[in-house]
Design a protein around this ligand. Structure first.
Ligand SMILES: NC(=O)c1ccc[n+]([C@@H]2O[C@H](COP(=O)([O-])OP(=O)(O)OC[C@H]3O[C@@H](n4cnc5c(N)ncnc54)[C@H](O)[C@@H]3O)[C@@H](O)[C@H]2O)c1
Length: 437
């Protein structure tokens, strides 16, 4: 089988490399010439554990290659996947589909023979219809079917998620398209991954419904954490107590500074807009979005209260900038709102992140970057853990205390235990672990 992957970002590169690992011949296309050049040099433009080896071995085996030229990649391909970005449109929060539509037009012009055009990007309901219309308009003779195949991988665990998905959703009612996608994904169904065929619009909505329900679960436990603090309860035990109920499940019940990243914020917003346009408002999702937006900046109140209410002139060490561990992705990371709010309150921010500092430098101003957690803590009045990277889980607390101007830790990921902190004489704030009044 031969496929082309249009868009070689977090989703396109991981999916392309994984498909090639199954034995499919994959050409990854991107219009960012620098990105393609780096990939051709064997350099991986994103941080994703295990991806460098996966790409290198499949390039060496001749099954995976990279190009900026669409036409040769598409000619003779059984399927062409669209995996370009769908960010929030400036101003109104709708998904910006300009990259998807541009890709559709470019693909249309180069189609030859029967081809399945597969939308892997997260797109609002009805986008498949428009992609199909654009292709027919550009190339009326094209023999192609447009299918939806939303992607559910998580950055940081993307390869495993792709190879062992909870399910594969394919939206098409065309038998030929089902056969092609069934063949491409066959190695995964051998791994027992359930493959679900449904209508295209349903597949498009499944992706948004999944992300909105996960964002809701996170926001629910975050609000429960606020209540736990007020009433002297421990949100981690509440999460365990409800998570052991199979109807609820234990995942996505970790209270923190609010969800961020390249998907939940933009997808909840886009879903909300689709719902409003269709006169079926999703009030739960609207509330989740509002609660989460307020939460990130509000985390700074915890830092201020740990320092007696005033941040002016204080140096704050921030550990972790990416929206979650094991990625360099800074899109909508809670750290962006937190760092800015700390600076607005008059603090100087010093930061360290194991993989995200290069990206952070592009979006955060006036931050002093450090080489490691202890250098970051030097002379700081408080240390704030924003992202739970493994290397922050077992810090040498005595060394940290020696580096700091005052022993104050604000742990927004509940990485440490309060008793451990008081044994080391730290003033310690965390999320949702109330003290009995
Ligand atoms: N990042 C995730 O964890 C994740 C998970 C599931 C779904 N998704 C969805 O997948 C889609 C892609 O997300 P991403 O994070 O990989 O985006 P990304 O920004 O990392 O990558 C998109 C790539 O597409 C390229 N591109 C844009 N237009 C192009 C064109 N016409 N021709 C060729 N290349 C083009 C860009 O240069 C870029 O390299 C989005 O819709 C996103 O919502 C992302």
């Amino acid at each position: 089988m031969r496929i082309a992957m249009i868009g070689t970002g977090y989703v396109g590169l991981v999916s392309g490399a994984c498909f090639s690992e199954f034995g499919v011949s994959v050409t990854c296309v991107d219009n960012d010439a620098r990105k393609i050049e780096r990939l051709r040099q064997g350099e991986i433009p994103i941080y994703e554990p295990g991806l460098d080896q996966l790409v290198a071995s499949n390039v060496a085996a001749g099954r995976l290659n990279f190009t900026t030229e669409l036409k040769p990649a598409i000619t003779g391909a059984d399927a062409v996947f669209i995996a370009v970005g769908t960010p929030s449109r400036r101003g109104d929060g709708h998904a910006d589909l300009s990259y998807v539509y541009a890709a559709a037009r470019e693909i249309a012009a180069s189609l030859s023979g029967f081809t399945v055009v597969v939308t892997k990007s997260t797109v609002p309901v009805g986008t498949g219809d428009e992609v199909e219309r654009l292709i027919r308009e550009t190339n009326p003779a094209a023999d192609c079917v447009v299918a939806s195949n939303p992607e559910f991988l998580r950055e940081g665990a993307a390869i495993r998620d792709f190879k062992f998905p909870d399910r594969i959703v394919v939206g098409t009612s065309d038998e030929r398209a089902r056969k092609v996608l069934g063949d491409i994904y066959r190695p995964l169904s051998l791994n027992q991954a359930p493959m679900m065929f449904t209508a295209r619009r349903t597949a498009e909505l499944i992706k948004y419904a999944a992300n909105a329900s996960l964002a809701t679960k996170i926001t629910f436990i975050n609000e429960m954490a606020d209540l736990a603090e007020k009433v002297g309860a421990d949100v981690q035990e509440v999460a365990r107590g409800i998570g052991l109920d199979n109807r609820i499940g234990s995942k996505f019940l970790h209270a923190g500074p609010g969800y961020g990243g390249s998907c939940f914020p933009k997808d909840t917003l886009a879903l909300m807009k689709t719902a409003q346009d269709n006169a079926a408002p999703l009030r739960i999702v609207e509330t989740v979005v509002a609660v989460n937006d307020a939460r990130k900046r509000g985390m700074v109140r915890k830092v201020a209260s740990a320092l007696g209410g005033n941040l002016r002139g204080k140096t704050i060490a921030v550990l972790g900038l990416t929206f979650k561990p094991n990625t360099d992705d800074m899109r909508e990371a809670p750290s962006l709102a937190i760092v800015t709010a700390l600076q607005d309150a008059g603090a100087t921010v010093r930061a360290y992140d194991p993989a995200g500092m290069e990206q952070a430098k592009k979006v955060l101003e006036n931050v002093e970057y450090s080489d490691g957690p202890y250098a970051c803590a030097e002379g700081a009045h408080a240390l704030v853990i924003v992202t739970e990277w493994e290397q922050f889980r077992a810090l040498d607390l005595d060394r940290l205390k020696r580096e700091m101007a005052s022993p104050v830790i604000v742990d927004l990921r509940n990485v440490y235990r309060p008793d451990e902190m008081s044994r080391h004489d730290f003033a310690y704030e965390s999320i949702g672990r109330g003290r009995r009044p």
